[in-house]
Design a protein. Structure first.
Length: 124
């Protein structure tokens, strides 16, 4: 069954700087930018590790505990940034759709979540 288009019942115009969905997208773009830098650093470290292993070094010789942040810390930071930005975006979109007159059930259908999850998003 094809997805139904989102019907716009009312247009909510907001002054610049008061559009929470666009603000959330800006935060997402910042998270992606930070994650891009972290991903490049992880790739650089992976190349070094592969070269060192190919040269026969043990992991204990390769991994520098004082070389912070550790790879796992970089990964955790990337996940946290995306999770935070994603939650913010979903909540902002849910609020915007609700303000435009969509029902809780319709928003749940659009997002592929339960009605209860939409209520929780609207409270965030």
């Amino acid at each position: 069954m094809p997805a139904q288009p989102v019907r716009r019942r009312a247009r909510t115009r907001r002054p610049a700087g008061q559009d929470h969905v666009l603000d959330a997208f800006d935060a997402l773009l910042e998270a992606l930018k930070s994650n891009d830098a972290a991903a490049r650093e992880l790739a650089r470290r992976a190349r070094i590790l592969r070269t060192a292993r190919a040269a026969g070094l043990a992991y204990a010789e390769i991994v520098a505990v004082d070389d912070r942040p550790l790879e796992i810390e970089l990964l955790r930071g990337m996940q946290e940034r995306l999770n935070h930005a994603g939650r913010r975006l979903r909540a902002a979109e849910a609020r915007a759709l609700r303000e435009e007159g969509l029902t809780l059930d319709r928003i749940a259908e659009v997002f592929g979540v339960s009605r209860q999850r939409v209520i929780a998003l609207l409270r965030e």
